[in-house]
Design a binder for this molecule. Structure first.
Ligand SMILES: NC(=O)c1ccc[n+]([C@@H]2O[C@H](COP(=O)([O-])OP(=O)(O)OC[C@H]3O[C@@H](n4cnc5c(N)ncnc54)[C@H](O)[C@@H]3O)[C@@H](O)[C@H]2O)c1
Length: 258
């Protein structure tokens, strides 16, 4: 039980990677506050966790709205009787358009939901962590924050910003016993990517192309990322801060596909 007695706020916990992290953190003894904009799926995640005997509450939260973030953090403290020890900043959205066709509104939306939200969640958990003199923040970025992929200038900018913000906050709050790290996943099988597969004429072909892109020959599952998040959240990583760990089937090792 790596997170016994810890309170973990997991955003984007209704589905995909966030759900995988919420399930694993709860399995490892954390009291989980699951936050997501999707109330129906979020409630289902919380119920699934409680059915295992672990503690979890769901709070409908738009992480891009500061008042909602503030309320979710306060609700976690009130429900579990202690401040948030672990923040997993997972919620994010993707949208495809090359820069010359991209609406400013879409640029702003992606930056707000993917990057500003992670600042807001950190802003509101940090005072409790500073008072407790410990805490771990795990931000989910993407290999798109490290490498260029066609069609995603705004997504890449948001993910690159997460990596820089992670390093900055790691430096600033190390003196308070707070660690801040991020994970850059490769392609993971989640509703986000299922939606992409549903939009193309030959989903089987695209899926096989994704598999070939990753030297380990498969796309990731949410649990692959969740294990990394658990390591960064728990005390076993107590000498790790400001890092970006790629969990990506080896894609970041390859210059060209085979
Ligand atoms: N799936 C991948 O291949 C992949 C790869 C690299 C990085 N990521 C990142 O991992 C994170 C999770 O992605 P996923 O694939 O699980 O996506 P997903 O779409 O399957 O799940 C994202 C979750 O975030 C929630 N969400 C979206 N906007 C929100 C908001 N404003 N407030 C609160 N919740 C909100 C959604 O309701 C959903 O439950 C994202 O930050 C994404 O950019 C995903």
């Amino acid at each position: 039980m790596r997170l016994k007695g810890r309170v973990a706020l997991v955003t984007g916990a209704a589905m995909g990677i966030g759900k995988g992290i919420a399930l694993l953190f709860a399995d490892q003894g954390a009291k989980v506050m699951a936050a997501d904009i999707n109330t129906q799926a979020g409630d289902a995640t919380a119920e699934e966790i409680r059915a295992t005997g672990a503690q979890c509450i769901f709070r409908s939260t738009d992480v891009s709205v500061e008042a909602e973030v503030k309320n979710a953090v306060a609700a976690a403290q009130q429900e579990f009787g202690q401040p948030v020890d672990v923040l997993a900043n997972v919620a994010g959205i993707a949208h495809e358009s090359p820069a010359h066709l991209l609406d400013l509104a879409d640029w702003n939306r992606i930056l707000t939901v993917n990057l500003t939200s992670m600042f807001l969640c950190a802003k509101h958990v940090l005072p409790g962590m500073m008072a407790a003199k410990h805490g771990s923040i795990v931000n989910i970025t993407s290999i798109q924050g490290l490498f260029g992929f066609p069609g995603y200038p705004h997504y890449a900018a948001s993910k690159g910003g997460i990596i820089s913000m992670t390093r900055q906050m790691a430096r600033e709050y190390a003196k308070d016993g707070i660690r801040v790290n991020c994970i850059a996943p490769g392609t993971v099988e989640t509703p986000m990517n299922v939606k992409v597969l549903e939009r193309v004429p030959n989903p089987g072909e695209l899926r096989r192309a994704w598999e070939r892109m990753h030297p380990l020959g498969r796309i990731g599952q949410p649990i692959d990322v969740a294990w990394g998040a658990l390591f960064l959240a728990c005390d076993e990583s107590s000498w790790v801060t400001g890092q970006c760990i790629s969990i990506d089937g080896g894609i970041s090792c390859s210059v060209l596909p085979e």
